[in-house]
Design a protein around this ligand. Structure first.
Ligand SMILES: *[C@@H]1O[C@H](CO)[C@@H](O)[C@H](O)[C@H]1NC(C)=O
Ligand SMILES: *[C@@H]1O[C@H](CO)[C@@H](O)[C@H](O)[C@H]1NC(C)=O
Ligand SMILES: *[C@@H]1O[C@H](CO)[C@@H](O)[C@H](O)[C@H]1NC(C)=O
Ligand SMILES: *[C@@H]1O[C@H](CO)[C@@H](O)[C@H](O)[C@H]1NC(C)=O
Ligand SMILES: *[C@@H]1O[C@H](CO)[C@@H](O)[C@H](O)[C@H]1NC(C)=O
Ligand SMILES: *[C@@H]1O[C@H](CO)[C@@H](O)[C@H](O)[C@H]1NC(C)=O
Ligand SMILES: *[C@@H]1O[C@H](CO)[C@@H](O)[C@H](O)[C@H]1NC(C)=O
Length: 384
């Protein structure tokens, strides 16, 4: 499959027009579609949980967080592709990163809201489940749709967690929106550890409630074989959740470590397959990426992608392809980066959850020379 920017015109009928703005047709661009055998559905659930050590919530009390679930479906997309970001989040990044007004709002995806689940018994699936944590201060789970829909198209169910006020904007299923601004204004590294702890607590609650959530969804979601994944602060949270016995393996996309994961002693050992996958800058530039590897006794991988910055590890790498800005990513070709991320993340979970061997995880690969391999001491492996 050759990915390409497919353009479509959203055709609006006279029915349901609510504003003059809708009378003009809007040029819509689809993000790269997933490559797997399944179509992809997406649904959301509010997870109620009282937590009184939340550094970002009013009076430090939060009462709920949001789960966004990507899953395989047999249903073909019927309608033109749908916008895939909340307007509130699209506008935020348009302003924050100088993208053209309306640009992110016009991006679409083939992911289908509330599509039917595959046939199967409730709580059971041959495919594993992966919990996902987004970056601190954004973007929320939806901003990682290229990767998460790719995994879902291969059968995985991904449950992403957005925490109110941690994200610039989220919208609960009941329509209530929560705008968070903390990371723009006052956040320092001293604040980050308690926010990281909040992520780990959310993941714990999600794992405890998983059987009940799956029951309520009436869905064939695997409740016993679970991996963890996250980007940036969510990557640290994904690894921090590996001390929970329910998690089998974990992958951190470019996230600095906090809390127990940053301890630089044997307490940080997750004793399970763990994969650090990040930008070049982590080598020598992040003490936590120097210390965490030293203590790992399980299967361990430390790979950096040459020519990337943090902003290439989520959908922004595609956004910047359409509206180039050297401040918003590295020198790597965005399509190349999407291929690399999709390939390595899928290979890791295929290997560690399903026991499927993937040669790209054996060592440096001539097929992906941009992916540089390091040992626990930060020494690069030669390309074989
Ligand atoms: C909320 O938590 C933060 C960080 O832990 C703390 O600095 C702040 O004093 C707390 N605020 C309240 C109202 O308890
Ligand atoms: C956006 O524009 C402002 C004002 O020109 C500039 O200071 C800022 O660095 C730009 N940000 C990015 C990500 O391009
Ligand atoms: C989860 O997936 C694994 C691997 O396919 C399978 O062995 C296990 O029975 C599944 N568990 C559930 C509860 O479906
Ligand atoms: C919607 O749900 C959120 C999360 O539970 C809650 O904070 C909010 O008050 C609810 N909004 C309404 C209008 O009920
Ligand atoms: C971690 O601890 C080791 C000794 O146990 C020390 O050599 C190293 O400098 C420490 N790393 C950091 C980042 O503090
Ligand atoms: C990273 O890419 C640059 C530009 O292609 C190249 O010059 C450099 O040697 C690469 N670095 C490594 C460590 O392979
Ligand atoms: C990405 O992967 C697809 C499928 O293997 C391939 O056709 C395409 O050429 C790749 N694109 C880049 C830029 O590597």
């Amino acid at each position: 499959m050759k990915p390409g920017v497919s353009s479509a015109r959203l055709c609006l009928t006279a029915f349901g027009l609510t504003s003059l703005q809708l009378l003009s047709s809007v040029a819509a661009t689809a993000i790269p579609p997933p490559s797997g055998p399944y179509h992809v559905g997406k649904t959301r659930r509010t997870i109620h949980h009282y937590y009184d050590h939340d550094p970002l919530a009013p009076n430090n009390v939060s009462t709920a967080f949001l789960a966004t679930i990507f899953y395989p479906t047999a249903q073909k997309p019927k309608v033109p592709p749908q916008p895939y970001l909340w307007n509130g989040i699209a506008e935020y990044y348009e302003n924050h990163w100088n993208y053209t007004q309306g640009f992110l709002q016009s991006l679409t995806s083939v992911v289908q809201y509330d599509a039917p689940f595959l046939e199967g018994s409730v709580g059971q699936s041959p495919f594993p489940t992966i919990i996902f944590g987004p970056g601190g201060g954004g973007p929320p789970v939806d901003g990682n749709t290229i990767l998460l829909s790719e995994l879902a198209s291969h059968g995985y169910t991904i449950i992403g967690v957005d925490h109110p006020f941690d994200q610039p904007y989220i919208q609960f299923p009941n329509g209530t929106a929560v705008v968070g601004t903390a990371w723009d204004t006052w956040l320092t590294s001293a604040h980050v550890t308690p926010i990281y702890e909040t992520r780990v607590v959310d993941n714990r609650v999600l794992l405890e409630r998983l059987p009940q959530i799956v029951e309520e969804l009436n869905a064939p979601i695997n409740t016993s074989l679970i991996g963890s994944l996250g980007f940036s602060l969510g990557g640290a949270g994904a690894v921090g959740s590996m001390y929970d016995e329910k998690i089998v393996s974990g992958l951190n996309l470019d996230g600095s470590f906090w809390g127990r994961t940053a301890a630089n002693d044997s307490s940080s050992d997750v004793k399970k397959p763990v994969f650090l996958f990040g930008q070049e800058g982590h080598l020598g530039g992040d003490p936590s990426w120097a210390s965490f590897p030293l203590w790992q006794t399980g299967s361990f991988r430390y790979l950096l992608v040459n020519g990337t910055t943090e902003l290439d590890f989520f959908d922004n790498t595609f956004w910047r392809l359409l509206e180039p800005n050297p401040r918003l990513g590295g020198t790597i070709d965005p399509y190349r980066m999407i291929n690399i991320t999709n390939a390595y993340v899928k290979a890791f979970f295929d290997l560690t959850l399903l026991g499927r061997h993937a040669s790209i995880l054996d060592g440096p690969s001539g097929e992906y020379p941009e992916v540089l391999w390091y040992d626990k001491h930060g020494n690069q492996y030669p390309l074989t």
